[in-house]
Design a protein around this ligand. Structure first.
Ligand code: SF4
Ligand code: SF4
Length: 160
């Protein structure tokens, strides 16, 4: 399955080469949250202890009730690539992927510009996204959610 392959690129690499959770007390991962799932990703969490799936129109979110701060293998894609979200676009037949700090991640010292993720992590995120967008449903997902997050980021900037 393409999603599991994309997961595998992000299994061992972390935002920093040390435990970034020590910077913030695992601020993004308190074992209670609602995470966007990619198309078909809900199938990987069906019946998994510590998680519930919430249907929202024809999309799914994951409710986590346990922390996977110490176990990347449990994490959904959105948490594996946090604190980034990929902006995907196509111009002159070429695909571009840029990594935007997730504007919902104000608790994260790596998303607010104070510290940068290691290049190895950034490469792994791009690599996994490049794999997924070979399937149009994932391409469309990243374009549409990226547009939404860009609007949030622009709005936040105007408020500053
Ligand atoms: S909030 Fe940021 S720095 Fe803290 S654990 Fe999450 S990704 Fe790492
Ligand atoms: S990594 Fe796990 S516990 Fe943390 S926010 Fe994501 S799903 Fe929830």
């Amino acid at each position: 399955m393409m999603l599991k392959k994309a997961y595998s690129f992000l299994e061992r690499v972390t935002p920093l080469n040390t435990d970034c959770g020590k910077l913030c007390g695992n601020a993004c991962c308190k074992g209670e949250g609602e995470i966007w799932l990619l198309p078909d990703e809900e199938k990987l969490f069906c019946g998994v202890d510590g998680f519930e799936i919430k249907k929202d129109l024809d999309e799914y979110n994951l409710i986590c009730k346990t922390s996977c701060a110490d176990n990347r293998a449990l994490r959904p894609f959105g948490c594996r690539i946090f604190p980034y979200f990929p902006l995907v676009s196509e111009k002159d037949g070429k695909i571009h992927i840029s990594l935007m700090p997730d504007p919902r991640g104000s608790m994260c010292p790596l998303a607010n510009g104070k510290k940068r993720c290691q290049p190895k992590f950034e490469r792994a995120v791009r690599h996994s996204v490049r794999l997924l967008i070979q399937d149009k449903k994932y391409f469309d997902y990243f374009v549409s959610y990226g547009d939404m997050l860009k609007e949030i980021a622009d709005f936040k900037q105007k408020l500053q």
